[in-house]
Design a binder for this molecule. Sequence first.
Ligand code: PEP
Length: 260
Amino acid sequence: MRERKPFVGGNWKMNTNRTTSADLTRGVVDALAPVTGAETAIFPPFPYLLAVRSILRDRGSSIRLGAQDCYHKPDGAFTGEVSLDMLKDCGVEIVLAGHSERRHVIGENDEIVNTKLKAIVDAGLTAVLCIGETLDQRESGHTDPVNQRQLRAGLADVSADAMERVIIAYEPVWAIGTGKTATPEDAQDVHGKLRKLLGQVYNADVARRTRIIYGGSVKGANAEELFRQPDIDGGLIGGASLKAPEFAQIVKGAAASAKA
Ligand code: PEP
């Protein structure tokens, strides 16, 4: 049995509405009711967090509630932003930092990602640090340096103790929402190198305990093979998390990989 419990997150991005977010939550709860062996979280859009939380609570579900982003400052004059206190008040336990769409569409850099990540762990929540190379970077042979830079920069000034509340998501940008997935071997190669780097930046214990999950067009059909790789501890799922049966199949694949 693996010592790192697999983690699967469903990132709904800017999708769903009041009705479909509630339907999807109920569908995921029902489909996952018999599944233990993997920790699961869903990341709905901000406006639906409270309604999703009510459903999770009413059903006694162990699925954790996540947020797709946050602002690092305490409550104050920051029009349009959402603080960590607000997210905690809504029952959020996990927050994404540095998702590729925030880096490449919204324009967040490593420094902003690091500031958010530190605020998330300082607030006592779990942070999912997303990193990954673009297609250009991969094709020009820069996959490893890019991921190593984003890992080091994202974790700057984060203590070894705080790493208990950090999950790393390796998400090659060229695989997100494109239907292209890294092969299990290519993904394992990057994950293994990232774990080695955690050992250098922190220590062997942090390297052994930190979950490194994969994201990029994961589906029910390819999940288990990816998650069976020794350094892949689950997944961050976009498109396929919007279909309850598909998402459940992915979580089942993660749970099965835990027994490998
Ligand atoms: C993501 O949003 O983090 C993601 C991996 O998306 P998709 O599964 O759709 O590629």
